[in-house]
Write a protein that binds this ligand. Structure first.
Ligand code: CTP
Length: 406
């Protein structure tokens, strides 16, 4: 049986409030979350791993070096599995490590490696909490979209009174659950995604291809499925495995992609066309391999059909999202595509930036809407998929509702 519960990675650091993490684990499990605990060395002085093991029914991860539960590197597998990571309690030292990107134990390594939303509930002495260094660290983490559940005021373990006491367990759980559930905002919505590049044959062994890797489109399809959408992914050749919970159709050429897309279009409320579809193909592909002795001075090309433009002509109430990969300022040509293809929004990126875009795991894009242009900061492709659906979900749901109630 597949476990559909969201996975929460709960990081526990060394602080007198560590015992409250046990109550947090229970609260999250009662809300039907799967909880996996990571403890720092210091945390184990305050509460034992056995407590969490018994409560969660899962192995408790404590070091980078002991991975009996899985053959994969622990911090990577936990980082990938997490739908939300929460660190409660988080000490001043942990905040400093997270803010500076240090990764010297399993917890900090997992926090750095994960692309899941991060919820942090600090607990410390009032003077440490008020210290300029801690303030700066908290602000840095917030600017990177960490959700900081502020400590409360009250009597502290050191005997002083002031803010620094770990927030109420219910408050922390609410923040975590909201992050985990935010993800069901596409329930029932029909999503069609195209991804990867296409290959247009020249002969039996050669083709014209491009550098589309499919990573962005696969991440977009997977994230939509995680948020409850019914997802079809039409993918050009790529090594990437089928995303979990997504109906994946593998194609090779632009013509095959067009057929697969048209076949799935009726059921789609939203189309996200991230594929790098070849604009031209050899007019006559040779069935046999062309021998070099026979020579090949030129290849005659013809246009492929523009799939997205074709969809735009019969869009009905659907939401259509296009992509534009450009070298140089992508906005003017994205605006032109937006109009010409009848789209709601274009995700534009400048692929000439070294280390970003094609085949890379990171991207920096600009969203070009009819009434505004929105620049997103550089981020991993999985996070980008989340940020895109955060912005598209409302319009996508509306398209779904209008289409089903007609
Ligand atoms: N697209 C498509 N079918 C094609 C070509 C492109 O569906 N045959 C889609 C892509 O998936 C992408 C958008 O259209 O969403 C890209 O538009 P396109 O006009 O192909 O842009 P480029 O070819 O990159 O740019 P230009 O036309 O400016 O050369």
């Amino acid at each position: 049986m597949t476990d559909n519960r969201p996975t929460i990675v709960l990081g526990v650091t060394g602080c007198i409030a560590a015992y409250k993490a046990a109550e947090l684990a229970r609260t999250l499990m009662r809300a039907d979350m799967r909880v996996k605990v990571v403890m720092t060395e210091a945390a184990q002085h305050f509460v034992g791993a056995a407590t969490f093991r018994a409560l969660t029914g899962e192995p408790v991860a404590t070091t980078l070096w002991d991975d009996q539960a899985s053959a994969r590197v622990f911090h990577v597998s936990l980082a990938e599995e997490a739908d939300v990571m929460v660190i409660a309690p988080a000490t001043a030292n942990t905040l400093a490590k997270l803010a500076s990107g240090r990764a010297d134990d399993l917890l900090s390594t997992t926090a750095l490696a994960t692309e899941a939303p991060l919820v942090i509930a600090p607990a410390m002495n009032v003077h440490m909490w008020r210290d300029e260094a801690t303030r700066t660290n908290v602000e840095t983490l917030r600017s990177r979209r960490a959700i900081v559940v502020e400590p409360e005021s009250g009597e502290l373990a050191c005997g002083e009174v002031g803010e620094g006491r770990l927030a109420d367990v219910e408050t922390i759980a609410t923040a975590v659950i909201a992050e985990a559930r935010r993800t069901r905002d596409l329930e029932g919505v029909g999503v069609l995604v195209t991804a990867g590049g296409t290959q247009e044959p020249i002969d039996a062994v050669r083709f014209i291809g491009n550098r589309g890797s499919g990573k962005t489109g696969f991440a977009i399809a997977e994230e939509a499925a995680r948020r409850g959408a019914r997802v079809t992914l039409v993918a050009g050749p790529t090594e990437l495995p089928d995303p979990f919970g997504v109906a994946t159709v593998r194609v090779t050429t632009a013509a095959e992609m067009r057929d697969a897309v048209l076949g799935a279009y009726a059921d789609a409320d939203v189309v996200v066309a991230s594929a790098a579809v070849a604009d031209f193909r050899p007019k006559a592909a040779s069935e046999a391999k062309i021998k070099k002795a026979d020579g090949l001075a030129s290849i005659e090309l013809e246009r492929t059909s523009d799939i997205l433009a074709e969809l735009g002509e019969d869009r009905g109430l659907r939401m259509l999202v296009g992509f534009a990969a450009e070298t140089g300022d992508p906005v003017p040509s994205a605006q032109e595509k937006l109009e010409r293809k009848g789209l709601d929004v274009v995700v534009a990126n400048d692929v000439s930036v070294p280390g970003l875009g094609f085949a890379s795991d990171r991207n920096r894009v600009t969203l070009v809407w009819h009434d505004r242009v929105e620049n997103l900061h550089e981020m991993g492709k999985k996070q980008l998929a989340r940020e895109l659906w955060d912005r598209f979900a409302k319009r996508a749901r509306a398209a779904h509702e209008e289409r089903t109630h007609r």
